[in-house]
Design a protein around this ligand. Structure first.
Ligand code: SF4
Length: 253
């Protein structure tokens, strides 16, 4: 009997999704960055744009010597804006970067090491209070720069979970994340790879308007496919015996 025809508990099913994605797509090696500062800047720069645009901005900051914390702290707003134009919304993103730098300077002695000594929940709340920082940006920083187990429940993740019947298609960030935290072990390595794999499937296959399910690594897990597999499955021996018994009762034998 195919494993997908059996109704599994969410944690078993999520594990099966993860194993399948890892087998089909391989490790994604996220986050593509050399330092924790780069991860933090990348998490801000990738807001509302494709990664390639954020990567261009990172490369430009590198060329200007601004991937160095003390130089970045000293850089005027106009300089940061000019370097990150390729990421779009560059004024807002420069403002978010400067809000982060001011907080880091004032609350963490301008040290990313000191920043990550905070308890994850405390740090999360503080970062969420910064201008331009939403939950997705903050959790990406906690997970990929701080190796803290916060699942990034981004739009791709929510779409896939909803299409596979785990959450409602109206579920927001917080409830999708709650579902994942409830059914997965709090393991930063697992969250890192699983999120990266879901993003890859989202980009390649699970498009907003027209998902390309045929041939998708997660196709066998779709509720419709599982139901079809279950319906095509021959009755187990016990059930066949029960059916024979019912027919005997009907015929009076
Ligand atoms: S494309 Fe289809 S099978 Fe693949 S993740 Fe999306 S809904 Fe699931």
């Amino acid at each position: 009997m195919p494993a997908q025809a059996v109704a599994k508990k969410p944690h078993e099913e999520l594990r099966a999704y993860y194993q399948r994605l890892l087998r089909e797509l391989g490790p994604q090696n996220w986050w593509p960055a050399r330092t924790r500062l780069e991860v933090i800047l990348g998490a801000i720069l990738v807001q509302n744009t494709a990664w390639r645009n954020a990567a261009l901005a990172i490369a430009e900051l590198r060329r200007a010597g601004l991937l160095n914390l003390s130089r970045l702290l000293a850089a005027p707003a106009a300089e940061i804006e000019a370097r990150i134009r390729s990421a779009g919304f560059y004024r807002q993103k420069a403002r978010a970067i400067r809000a982060f730098l001011a907080w880091l300077d004032g609350a963490c002695q301008a040290s990313i090491r000191v920043m990550f000594r905070r308890h994850p929940s405390v740090l999360r709340q503080e970062l969420l209070g910064l201008w331009g920082f939403g939950p997705e940006t903050v959790d990406a920083i906690l997970l990929y720069a701080g190796r803290m187990p916060r699942f990034v429940a981004d739009a791709y993740t929510r779409r896939i979970l909803a299409r596979h019947g785990f959450i409602s298609d109206r579920a927001g960030y917080a409830s999708a994340q709650r579902f994942l935290h409830q059914h997965l072990p709090a393991d930063a390595g697992l969250f890192n790879e699983f999120h990266a794999l879901l993003v890859e499937v989202g980009k390649r296959r699970c498009h907003r308007r027209a998902p390309r399910c045929d041939g998708c690594p997660l196709e066998p897990f779709l509720p419709s496919r599982r139901n079809a597999a279950a319906e095509a499955e021959p009755l187990p021996a016990g059930a066949r015996a029960a059916g024979n018994f019912e027919r005997r009762v009907e015929s009076g034998s």
